[in-house]
Design a protein around this ligand. Structure first.
Ligand code: NAG
Length: 429
């Protein structure tokens, strides 16, 4: 029995809604192509895991806010260690599971999935504007690695062709990886079809991906210059589909909980209000990268971000990772907020009111994320019985780019536009 803490780790409850992905809705409206984004079945939100996943993806070293901060360390919440035995006992059932629950709930998987049809087979995948490979669980993997996944059955596709001599390898900072062979097939996303799309089929894959049984692969919507196929780098689905769309765009219209809809080929003006900011994208690093060198908290003055000047928009990242300057200044305005070593991030009583956060997109626009949308999830109860929340805004650590994931994107109508390339940001209708 561990009565080390009265900080009872629960899994995040606020976004527990489970929705089973439905088959692709081939909802053709004029020349637009819609595809739903749903929370994957059985997903359990966990702030520390969401942060760890983002750090791994971008090779970020954990924040140095406090010495000894260790993302992999799930010791009980440091500041309430001196729990009284009565409150600890009261919550012992949950407390005794703390370590395991946190460890096994280290749900590093993708939170949202959307249906993709490859060679006629519908597979739920994660749309990721932060990478440029389309890879899928398939019959090329050892059968034990396929368990629990919907796989692309190569032999059942009459349109699949192996690209002889081409291979790919993707590896993340935490050692997770996928590597294998490459072919082409017909890929249909929401009704947009590319007939000779490079589809990467891992032959070896690390445990992190295998365990994430709700997602069966990734569709990268970043730029083809970071595609991992060699010797011949392949174009993304988005780049291949661009010519066949009226407008070469992907729009994301998410709701407060991060679910919602992607739309290809069309900017639906009924989905936003007011003016849309159209900003220049620097795609040289392969990302949807833009200037973001200013911020304001609440109604405060606009201030410069000294250390980092740019950000990327990433649908494949859950949290919003901003410069440590911004994050520290923000949580200084939140009652009782503190940096938790155990959770590798900022936490606060859920009763706290968060100020709005404005950040620059490009050099002449600020977008505001309402404070009410800046909480990621509940993570536990303190010794005084207060519910504790995990912030959706966390530090980008030593990264040279800020990573604006779902917490940022869901508050806006967002356009990824291959013309320019550019991005549009507007208030959700
Ligand atoms: C945004 O600006 C670019 C030029 O930089 C232009 O090609 C594109 O069409 C504009 N996007 C929208 C939605 O107006």
């Amino acid at each position: 029995m561990k009565f080390l803490s009265s900080f009872v780790v629960m899994l995040c409850l606020s976004y527990e809604t489970v929705a089973a992905p439905t088959p692709a809705r081939l909802q053709r409206k004029g020349t637009s192509y819609k595809v739903e984004r749903v929370r994957r079945e059985g997903f359990v939100a966990d702030g520390a895991s969401a942060l760890r996943k983002a750090y791994s993806k971008y090779g970020i070293t954990a924040s140095t806010k406090e010495s000894g901060a260790d993302l992999w360390d799930f010791e009980p919440y440091a500041t309430v260690k001196e729990a009284t035995s009565s409150s600890a006992a009261a919550s012992s059932a949950s407390a005794s599971q703390t370590g395991e629950v946190t460890a096994t709930s280290a749900d590093d998987g993708s939170e949202f999935v959307s249906p993709v049809i490859i060679g006629g087979q519908t597979i739920n995948m994660d749309f990721d504007t932060g990478s440029a490979d389309l890879w899928v669980f398939s019959s090329e993997l050892p059968s034990e690695d396929q368990e629990g996944h919907t796989i692309f059955e190569v032999s059942e596709s009459s349109t699949f062709e192996l690209l002889e001599g081409e291979t790919f390898e993707i590896s993340y900072g935490d050692g997770s990886s996928a590597a294998g062979v490459v072919g082409t097939d017909t890929v249909n996303i929401g009704g947009v079809t590319v007939t000779s799309q490079a589809v990467e089929l891992p032959t070896t894959i690390s445990a992190e991906f295998i365990e994430d049984t709700a997602s069966n692969g990734l569709v990268g919507f970043a730029f083809s210059n970071i595609n991992a196929v060699s010797p011949d780098q392949q174009k993304t689905f988005f780049a291949n589909a661009a010519d066949s769309m009226d407008e070469p765009v992907l729009t994301a219209q998410l709701t407060d909980d991060g679910t919602g809809e992607y739309e290809l080929g069309y900017i639906d003006t009924s989905k936003y209000t007011g003016e849309m900011a159209n900003i220049t994208i620097d795609s040289s690093n392969g990302y949807w990268e833009f200037a973001s060198a200013e911020y304001a908290i609440g109604s405060g003055d606009t201030q410069s971000i000294e250390d980092v000047q740019v950000a990327i928009a990433d649908t494949g990242t859950t949290l919003m990772l901003s410069s440590p300057d911004v994050v520290e200044a923000f949580y200084a305005e939140v009652d009782s907020a503190q940096y938790s070593n155990s959770y590798g991030g900022y936490v606060y009583p859920c009763s706290a009111t968060l100020p709005d956060l404005s950040v620059a997109v490009g050099s002449s626009h600020l977008v505001t994320i309402p404070g009410s949308l800046l909480t990621y999830c509940e993570i536990g109860t303190s010794s005084s019985g207060e519910t504790v929340c995990y912030g959706g805004l966390q530090s980008s650590g030593d990264s040279e780019i800020q990573i604006y994931g779902d917490i940022f994107l869901r508050s806006l109508f967002v356009v990824f536009d291959l013309r320019g390339p550019s991005m549009g940001f507007a208030a959700r209708a």
